[in-house]
Ligand binder design. Structure first.
Ligand code: UDX
Length: 485
């Protein structure tokens, strides 16, 4: 704990972090929690039951956090019984369960003060995921300062969340499938970038009265009511978007790439060395020694994150495409990610044979280490925001196959704005995939590598002591202390 830690309980800043209960957001929120602990702030990390259960088996994470006397986990019921990994289709099911079960319990806990570390240390600042608009309501009701944390991409947050009412009013949504290539002119800053097909997946509906649109509308209304907004990006990457966003929420803290800022601060601290992983699921590190056997920039890394799914037909197209490109590949096949389950008998024996020769398949990988490995030449990704910013940090060009949520917007920005890969949106064809892999790894390799390297350099600069993300984190810490006094 540093010297800023105040002895007086009444003034001790005590932050409540409350992430939405999914692998990616929890992982990010744990990093933020540890950064705040390092600066002497008390942190209570509130997990809903079903996501906390697998974390309890992750002894490395638990022992790392046990080093902080100013940190504690607390759980809240969520009514989600199953422990199987939640997929894309389960997202709203979990969010609805949280709304029905956790929301009233959370309000009661905050009003009664039972969430505090003890009666002298009430929660002084709340940091909920921006998706939990009810937490912003409770913060306002209990006069607790609140700073929202958003783990999706700023480009999607701006275009499809904060501007959702604008999109609806302008008639950009709902839209028909044959209007997919029409440009979206109503959102300031992205008039020449986004087509309707590049909007978040929840915008692709002929009906705007869906539960997910209702959830996002609530989020759009909640964010400007908070005292601030924490984003996992860096100033140079999203400068234009951040300027526009400040018209909605003036106080923005871009502190990304969070995973790298976190490593930098932890390494610089006087704490003994430790692992950095906060993964809720067990990582298979054997793929790193497999990567060691390959020359630099020769392997394609394939992963669709923690929630996206694919059909067996899509799996076979991607599989053929990657194998036919002739590049060795490391593929994360998360259990539960194939709709209807994986059926070996539908896979041609030749594909299985070639996979043995040139592929490595694991259930879950240490992704940050994989992307930092010199053997990786490209990332075939679903364009989840964490995966995207991890790839940007390591200067790895991307082949984007977006599935849902913010991924459609992210893949467009990767291809059109940051020019560090190709966007295969809305196609899943073995020939297109093979061509995209060859394009990124051979034909246009120089061009993609050049822009990937320049973004990586800016990302690295942002987390140095005087870099923008580092200074924004310091502002956040100062502001939390000021809000607590
Ligand atoms: C979800 C949404 O799907 C995504 O669109 C949104 O931007 C964030 O929330 P997820 O699908 O899990 O996230 O994707 P992503 O944001 O890319 O996060 C995946 C995380 O899991 C990354 O931090 C990645 O490093 C980690 N991961 C992935 C592993 O640790 N091992 C793996 O094998 C695969």
């Amino acid at each position: 704990m540093d010297q800023n830690h105040q002895g007086n309980n009444a003034l001790q800043p005590h932050v409540l972090i409350f992430p939405i209960p999914f692998q990616g957001p929890v992982n990010c929120a744990l990093k933020l929690a540890e950064l705040l602990c390092l600066s002497g702030i008390d942190v209570t990390f509130l997990n809903t039951d079903h996501i906390h259960r697998p974390l309890l088996r992750h002894t490395q994470v638990l022992s790392r956090f046990s080093r902080y006397p100013n940190f504690r986990f607390q759980t809240i019921p969520d009514g989600v019984e199953h422990e199987k990994p939640v997929s894309r289709d389960g997202f709203m099911e979990v969010m609805s369960a949280v709304d029905a079960v956790s929301k009233p319990v959370f309000r009661e806990m905050m009003i009664s003060g039972s969430l505090s570390r003890n009666s002298e240390r009430p929660v002084t600042v709340m940091i909920p995921d921006a998706c939990f608009s009810f937490a912003v309501d409770v913060a306002i009701e209990t006069s607790t300062p609140v700073v929202c944390f958003e783990t999706i991409s700023p480009c999607c947050l701006w275009t499809c969340c904060l501007n959702l009412p604008t999109l609806i009013q302008a008639g950009d949504i709902p839209f028909k499938e044959n209007d997919l290539d029409q440009m979206v002119k109503s959102v300031p800053g992205t008039e020449h970038i986004l087509r309707r097909r590049d909007l978040a997946s929840f915008c692709r509906s002929d009906n705007i009265s869906t539960p997910v649109i209702e959830l996002i509308m609530k989020e759009a209304r909640a964010i400007p009511r908070a005292q601030g907004l924490i984003l996992n990006t860096f100033q140079d990457l999203d400068a234009l978007i951040l300027t526009h966003m400040q018209t909605f929420c003036p106080n923005i803290y871009p502190i990304g790439p969070l995973h790298s800022l976190y490593k930098a601060r932890l390494t610089a601290s006087s704490l003994p060395e430790t692992t950095f992983s906060n993964s809720v699921w067990k990582e298979d590190g054997t793929c790193l020694s497999w990567l060691d056997k390959h020359p630099p920039k020769t392997v394609v890394y394939v992963s669709i994150g923690s929630l996206a799914t694919m059909t067996i037909e899509q799996l076979l197209e991607v599989w053929h495409g990657v194998v036919n490109s002739g590049k060795p590949f490391l593929w994360v096949r998360r259990p539960g990610s194939i709709i209807g389950g994986f059926d070996d008998s539908r896979v041609p024996s030749e594909l299985l044979e070639r996979t043995k020769e040139m592929g490595c398949i694991v259930d879950w990988a240490p992704q940050e280490e994989v992307l930092a490995h010199q053997a990786i030449g490209a990332f075939l990704t679903h364009s989840g925001w964490n995966s995207t910013i991890e790839s940007i940090m390591e200067g790895v060009p991307m082949i984007c196959w977006p599935c849902f949520a913010d991924q459609q917007v992210n893949s467009r920005f990767v291809g059109e704005v940051w020019k560090m890969g190709v966007d295969m949106k809305d196609s899943c064809d073995r020939l297109i995939i093979e061509k995209a892999v060859r394009d990124v790894m051979e034909m246009s390799r120089e061009m993609f590598t050049e822009s990937a390297n320049s973004w990586a350099n800016l990302a690295k600069k942002s987390i140095t002591e005087t870099g923008s993300s580092s200074m924004n984190l310091d502002h956040l810490i100062d502001d939390i202390k000021a809000m607590s006094s």
